[in-house]
Design a protein around this ligand. Structure first.
Ligand code: RP5
Length: 162
């Protein structure tokens, strides 16, 4: 199976990344995590993105806060799918990172998830890999139906209680 490459702009983004790595671990998907910044270590971020396909990655996740250019800078250097996570790390409550990540100019796509959306970033990465992997697709289908069953159980409990 192809690996998921995860890059965060700072180690202060780690709590958001942990939500993603927890999901990938649960699904048995291999991943690699790095701290590369679009601003502080632009050469390392660019070189990781340029070499990612040859290094065995199938999809990349990039998480950053504030003036969050990381996902776009990564996407500029590869045609692998790039998922951006805007991180809530400033006085603007993550709106700065959301707009910086989502408003990509035409031609360089970044699939942006919610502010601090580490879990959905991992699930989307898994769904991309599952396009060519029936076993992984079955695991994702089961996870989705297990979660639906858990919601229906809560529905029944609340209906009984109130
Ligand atoms: C961004 O600036 C990082 O992704 C982080 O979310 C934010 C703050 O970084 P630190 O000052 O905590 O290293 O580049």
């Amino acid at each position: 199976m192809k690996k998921v490459g995860i890059v965060m702009g700072s180690d202060s983004d780690l709590p958001v990344i942990k939500k993603a790595t927890d999901v990938l671990s649960e699904l048995g998907i291999p991943f690699e995590v790095h701290v590369y910044s679009a601003h502080r270590t632009p050469d390392e971020a660019a070189s990781f993105a340029s070499g990612a396909r040859d290094a065995g990655f199938g999809v990349l996740i990039a998480a950053a806060g504030m003036a969050a250019h990381l996902a776009g800078a990564i996407a500029a250097r590869t045609t692998l799918p790039v998922i951006g996570i805007p991180c809530k790390s400033s006085v603007l409550d993550g709106m700065d990172a959301l707009l910086s990540t989502v408003m990509m100019p035409s031609g360089i796509p970044v699939a942006t998830v919610a502010i601090d959306g580490g879990k959905n970033a991992a699930l989307l990465a898994a769904e991309i890999l599952a396009v060519e992997d029936k076993e992984l697709a079955a695991v994702l289908d089961k996870k989705r139906s297990d979660e639906a069953a858990a919601v229906l159980k809560k529905d029944a409990e609340i209906t009984d209680r109130l």
